[in-house]
Design a protein around this ligand. Structure first.
Ligand code: FMN
Length: 210
């Protein structure tokens, strides 16, 4: 299986970077191939320009998409699994990843497929798997009690993926606040193992990995 990873964290000095590496190790141990978009490192521009907004808001296929968006969409068309690895910032993904959706999930690709086909364009393929691996400061239990885990699942799986993947899952790796170093240390080894196992078992993400 091939996995394309959309990775989003501003610092290599992070647990999220370690989770990415453990996931990649798991993938390669199981013989899966992978590619990665590192949104901060690549300097991916996540502000929607006015002309981009107008194109999508008016359901138009012109002007053509920008080169950086075309590259991201090509990576999606070439993958079986699309995997997002990011830290939770204010109960969401970092703004850079939200902006990635604004610019990559475009009219004629992620929606408006019929018009795209009519115009001879190829819309987004149906993915085998969409997997979100979100690293959070709070525990998964606390986020669940507050209704925030459900909110994240609703936005990411319900809205952004919707029916664009045959299988979709959000794995929350929580309890990693730096204010509690002992807990963070314990959770780190647990989460790195989970990330590795997720890489290995790509086609069937773990149940109850939180
Ligand atoms: C700006 C900012 C906002 C954050 N918001 C949340 C949040 O809403 N919920 C949460 O559980 N953790 C939150 N955190 C904690 C992050 O998820 C934190 O990055 C996490 O512990 C992952 O560790 P890492 O940054 O070392 O990868 C936030 C951190 C920052 C810097």
């Amino acid at each position: 299986m091939h996995a394309h990873i959309v990775y989003c964290h501003p610092s290599e000095d992070s647990l999220t970077a370690q989770v990415r590496d453990a996931f990649l190790e798991g993938l390669s141990a199981a013989g899966h191939s992978s590619t990665i978009s590192d949104l901060y490192k690549d300097g991916f521009s996540t502000d929607m320009a006015e002309q981009e907004y107008l194109r999508d808001a008016y359901y138009a296929l012109e002007p053509p998409l920008e080169e950086d968006v075309i590259r991201e969409q090509a990576s999606i068309q070439a993958t079986d699994a699309l995997v997002f690895i990011y830290p939770v910032f204010w109960t969401e993904a970092p703004a850079k990843l939200k902006g990635w959706f604004d610019r990559v999930w475009r009219y004629g690709f992620a929606y408006g497929q019929d018009a795209a086909i009519e115009a001879g364009l190829v819309p987004m393929k149906k993915l085998d798997l969409a997997l979100f691996v979100a690293i959070a400061g709070h525990s998964a239990e606390a986020l669940e009690e507050q209704g925030r885990l459900e909110a994240m699942r609703n936005v990411m799986l319900g809205d952004r993926i919707y029916d664009r993947a045959a299988k979709k899952e959000l794995i929350l790796l929580g309890g990693t606040e730096r204010s509690d170093p002992d807990l963070r240390k314990r959770m780190t080894s647990q989460h790195l193992k989970t990330a590795y196992d997720l890489g290995v078992s790509l086609a069937k993400p773990l149940e109850g990995a939180e």
